[in-house]
Write a protein that binds this ligand. Structure first.
Ligand SMILES: Cc1ncc(COP(=O)(O)O)c(C=O)c1O
Length: 392
């Protein structure tokens, strides 16, 4: 059966591109060391800082995926042998701890169960054991894309403050930024890292950061060898609106417009929209009689929902069938969730009807696999929620 119509790209990033962003990128290339490009980048910095919710921070943009940005955060603030506390709650937070180990930092892992969130107390207890206050950095993830769990970053900051611990707070917000609230300045995030392909409404290709004064101070003494991801030449060249090497010109055109779109809508409304759509999906899952990987509603992500299929049904088969037969791309279960769970992305440039169509596609797919649930129950539950909260 040919897949007609458009692909429903409901993985948790890359997300669907708004047409406005797509059109903005469909431009002839310009001289990336010329005045026109410098004007463009100088326009980007202040609005990018607004999205990171930081007035005094320094934004940085590398031609890289999110992983590049996470590596950049480490190599610019740490020296080989430094002690680091990595809080892991799933695949992506664990991946960051592995990058830290590869750079020969001494990584202490606070490994919490997949599906659980992070509380102030659990972080405080770990920090309190570090009597000599030897950790140079705490790594945490804002939104764990493998489990659909959001970390209360403010609580992690509160734990650091309660323990009077001077470690830097480094936050991976690759799938959180511009979807769910992160206040870099207010919450004392020293380095926040993200990628272009999720809440920022762009294709993959940019690794972005926002770093504060404390992180820049750490950079002055950090001895990890670095070149491509070195902040110092980047900051120096950026002052004049240019880059130490060739930037991704087309994505910068797109970023210019994506920032406009996010700020025109208003960040609070962007977050509320994500909450509403996510809640529709969560109600659908409950109506199916199934469970989310997120263990408590408090921790459930507004970016994506990871859903367990009942025992005896294979989530990878579901995903393959919805993609091949219904033109609906869903995210696979990662690591220990492979085959057991699937992920529905409801982030970025999307709306109620797309979410309803996605839920409808999941229902069709589950019926094709003979999963027991009442057809239409999830879609109806989501519709009811959208009606109850219409205009909110
Ligand atoms: C939370 C999180 N961190 C890191 C990454 C890695 O980003 P990238 O695949 O862009 O390198 C991802 C990718 O999905 C992610 O969701």
């Amino acid at each position: 059966m040919p897949n007609t119509g458009r692909l429903f790209l409901q993985i948790p990033g890359p997300t669907n591109l708004p047409e406005r962003v797509q059109r903005a990128m469909d431009m002839a290339l310009i001289n990336h060391r010329g005045e026109e490009f410098a004007d463009l980048t100088k326009r980007i910095w202040p609005r990018l800082k607004q999205v990171f919710r930081s007035e005094r921070g320094t934004p940085l943009i590398f031609p890289a995926s999110g992983t590049g940005a996470t590596e950049s955060a480490l190599v610019n603030t740490l020296s080989p042998g430094d002690r680091v506390l990595a809080i892991t709650i799933g695949e992506f937070s664990a991946a960051w701890s592995r990058i830290a180990k590869a750079h020969q930092y001494k990584v202490d892992v606070l490994e919490l169960p997949w599906g659980s969130g992070v509380t102030e107390d659990v972080v405080y207890e770990k920090l309190a054991q570090d009597k000599g206050k030897t950790y140079k950095a705490v790594l945490t993830i804002h939104n764990e894309t493998s489990t659909g769990v959001t970390t209360d970053v403010k609580a992690v900051r509160a734990a650091l403050d309660r323990a009077k611990h001077p470690a830097l707070l480094l936050v991976d917000t690759v799938s959180g930024l511009a979807c769910t609230d992160l206040r870099c300045e207010e919450w004392g995030v020293d380095v926040a890292v993200t990628g272009s392909q999720k809440g920022l409404l762009l294709p993959p290709g940019l690794g972005l950061l926002c770093v504060n004064e404390k992180a820049l101070k750490a950079m002055e003494t950090a001895r990890t060898p670095r070149h491509y991801f070195d902040w110092a030449p980047m900051i120096e060249k950026n002052r004049a609106g240019i880059f130490p090497y060739t930037p991704v010109t087309s994505l910068m055109y797109g970023l210019d417009v994506a920032l406009d779109m996010l700020l025109e809508e208003g960040l609070e409304r962007v977050f509320q929209r994500h909450y509403r759509l996510a809640e529709g999906v969560r109600r659908a899952v409950a109506a199916w009689g199934m469970k989310t990987v997120a263990q408590t509603p408090r921790d459930a992500s507004n970016v994506l929902t990871a859903v367990y299929l009942p025992e005896g049904y294979n989530a990878d088969t579901l995903i393959a069938r919805t993609e091949n037969e219904l033109n609906l791309a869903l995210g696979a279960g990662l690591g220990p969730l492979a085959g057991r769970a699937f992920r529905i992305g409801h982030l970025g440039w999307t709306n109620e009807l797309e979410v309803l169509a996605t839920l409808s596609g999941v229902e069709l797919g589950m019926k094709l696999l003979n999963v027991p649930f009442r057809l239409g129950s999830g879609v109806t539950a989501a519709q009811q929620w959208f009606l109850e909260t219409h205009g909110k």
